[in-house]
Design a protein around this ligand. Structure first.
Ligand code: SF4
Length: 655
């Protein structure tokens, strides 16, 4: 085989119905056009999955793909992505996780592992890069995700890397996820249920193959120089800012002063508190949704409460820092919380802390740690789970459900014990928990009685912990990314104006004044394209905000490719249009759907920083279409756009 750099040029196919496992060679052009990770996954699934496949049936394909850089020493490159048709939304589904499972795929000398069919009995895949085996999962079926990983490591050795489902995935919860390394989660899109539907409990990898890179010494130099910058100690000014900022945030927020997080500030804050640094701040600024999207942080969850769940509170439990493969930042932490019997647990992310904290008016920090651990063990998406409990709380408040329905649980805002008990019921699919275990949309359909009004989801997926009224272009992202309601799909306000992702490459040129919808959408196009490529390379999004990254130098050192900025953006647009084409072929056009009124302010808040704010999403959408080469009436890409991007093969299929 011709020498490849950065990839192996082959994927593994596992047919769970027949038990056959084979490798397939992938043309080099696929990597140039789609890079790797979920983008390569989108190409394979678009080509191979029959349209209108049942997401929980044998024709759905679930793929595990590392980024192109994954397995090399390129900074932040430890990510892998899971792809499949989402059972939660029926749309294109993907999810992204860190830890060490991504490089383990490459160590098996493949660029992706795909499963189709349904196994007759529970199985797991064991692969060391030479001989793949499907083994019985009878002994581990019924174990939670963390115990599953431990049990499999005991059998196959500590060096084995495991991605698995917990009991939520086994029970086909549509908000279940896939867990690796004891608490890293490929959480969104409900792909845990796809594994469950296939009777696939785990993927266990133990390969030893080394990835070849084009210029190893050059790569070493680039990485050393870059990592030094990330690992340097913060200067005095930053250290002072870090002390002062949390205490003054309510004043800053009230002055409507736009806080731009510089790369240095981001690096320092991430190293110390990870994303939990935003827990209390975002409640005050209005970024966090409150009380099922109808509340106001400053009023319903003021600083006296939000400070109790701040990132600072987690620090007293910190045992050690945690970093995914090839990460110079190490934003994670392993905590030890003897008060609740947790010897080791992952520090909850901001999204988790918000959805179990601010969103539910819960200021009990220990309960948030416990809820996070419960979700990691069961394998449940914390955003969707918190959101669903918030929905149930509002239904309880409105008298739509009563103690009779909850089994005597007082589902009141801020009641930590009730939240824990209800989560346990969801995991066990017990009583009301069974109704809630498939997320907000299904729950509201089952409960009826007008509960649909309180079901905050977009096309079936629960909406994450960033309020578009705080960052308006987020509404467009929630509305138009092929995975509905997705905050990591990138939007210009969040990535360029709050974080400093525009600093990552010197070639990025944004309109100076981005107040108009047209100018905003110019930069939205760039952020969308940029994010597609960086994701496909396997770079963690927390690395995007760390300032200048020598992306083109890294690309050349890993693969030998010399890319221009134009090709970079073109490739990103190709990936995004292909993911959208997957939905259009399914007959799903998210562009024509509308976000709930509470999210966009159509149903406006009566107080707080977003008092009477309404986002004109339609104005964004029209401008965005003009810039993306899509029909503004339908949101469908014009044929010429698809041809320009080399996607002519989708044209007839999406008509
Ligand atoms: S920044 Fe955090 S999530 Fe990202 S790769 Fe590093 S440790 Fe993992």
């Amino acid at each position: 085989m011709e020498q490849k750099y950065g990839y192996f040029g082959q994927i593994l196919w596992v047919d769970l119905s027949s038990g056959t496992i084979e490798k397939e060679a992938i043309p080099d052009q696929f990597y140039e056009d789609y890079i790797g990770g979920y983008a390569l996954g989108a190409k394979i699934l678009f080509d191979r999955m029959p349209p209108k496949s049942d997401p929980l049936g044998p024709n759905n394909i679930i793929g595990f793909l590392p980024g192109l850089f994954t397995g090399s020493s390129a900074p932040f490159s430890g990510r892998y992505m899971v792809v499949g048709k989402s059972p939660l939304t029926g749309t294109w589904g993907d999810s992204n996780s860190g830890g060490f499972f991504g490089p383990a795929i490459k160590k098996c000398s493949v660029d992706g592992i795909f499963f189709k069919g349904v196994a007759q009995n529970p199985v797991y895949l064991l692969y060391d890069g030479t001989q793949p085996h499907l083994l019985s999962a009878k002994q581990i079926w019924g174990l939670d995700a963390i115990d599953t990983e431990s049990a499999l490591k005991e059998i196959h050795g500590e060096s084995a890397q495991v991605a698995c489902i917990g009991t939520a995935g086994e029970k086909l919860s549509l908000i279940s996820c896939i867990i690796n390394n004891g608490g890293r989660a490929a959480a969104r899109s409900g792909l845990g249920a796809v594994m469950g539907s296939k009777n696939l409990k785990a993927v266990v990898l133990n390969g030893k193959e080394k990835l070849s890179v084009y210029a190893p010494d050059r790569l070493k130099d680039i990485v050393r120089t870059y990592n030094k910058k990330i690992q340097a100690d913060p200067n005095l000014l930053l250290r002072i800012m870090a002390k002062v900022l949390p205490k003054t945030i309510s004043v800053i927020a009230r002055l409507k002063f736009k806080l731009k997080v510089t790369p240095d500030l981001w690096i320092m804050a991430s190293k110390e508190q990870g994303t939990s640094v935003a827990n209390a701040i975002s409640s005050e600024t209005g970024d966090s949704p409150v009380k099922n999207w109808k509340g106001v942080g400053r009023i319903d969850f003021p600083q006296t409460k939000s400070q109790k769940i701040s990132g600072q509170q987690f620090l007293k439990y910190k045992k050690k820092s945690y970093g995914c493969a090839a990460c110079p930042l190490r934003c994670g932490a392993i905590l030890s919380v003897p008060e609740i019997g947790l010897k080791e647990t992952h520090r909850p992310e901001y999204e988790t802390s918000c959805m179990f904290g601010t969103f539910l008016l819960n200021d009990d920090v220990l309960s948030i740690l416990e809820l996070n651990e419960m979700c990691n063990r069961a394998g449940m998406d914390t955003i969707s789970t918190g959101s669903t409990i918030g929905f149930a709380m509002e239904c309880y408040e409105k008298g739509i459900i009563s103690d009779k329905d909850t089994g005597g649980i007082a589902l009141q805002w801020g009641n930590a014990e009730s939240i824990k008990t209800m989560l346990k019921k969801m995991i066990d699919r017990d009583g009301l928990g069974d109704i809630l275990a498939d997320g907000v949309k299904r729950a509201s359909e089952r409960i009826g009685k007008g509960s649909e009004e309180y079901a905050m989801h977009f096309y079936g997926q629960e909406i994450p912990a960033h309020d578009p009224k705080h960052m308006p272009s987020m509404a467009l992202t929630y509305n138009t990314d092929p995975t509905p309601g997705r905050h990591t799909a990138a939007d210009t306000d969040f990535f360029f104006d709050v974080l400093s992702v525009d600093k990552i490459m010197k070639e990025i040129e944004l309109p100076r004044n981005r107040t108009s919808a047209a100018a905003k959408m110019q930069s939205q196009k760039i952020v969308v394209a940029l994010t597609q490529v960086l994701n496909a390379l396997g770079i963690c999004q927390f690395g995007f905000a760390c300032g200048r990254m020598p992306v083109f130098d890294l690309l050349e050192a890993v693969t030998g490719w010399k890319w221009s900025y134009g090709k970079f953006i073109q490739t990103g647009l190709r990936i995004q249009n292909l993911r959208i084409a997957f939905n259009l072929r399914e007959g799903i056009n998210l562009y024509l759907q509308e976000l709930p009124g509470r999210i966009t302010g159509k149903d406006p808040l009566r107080d707080g920083p977003h008092r009477n704010v309404t986002i004109d999403v339609d104005a964004f959408k029209k401008q965005y279409c003009n810039i993306m080469g899509w029909n503004p009436e339908t949101g469908v890409p014009y044929d010429a756009t698809l041809r320009d991007l080399g996607l002519e093969y989708v044209i007839d299929q999406i008509k």
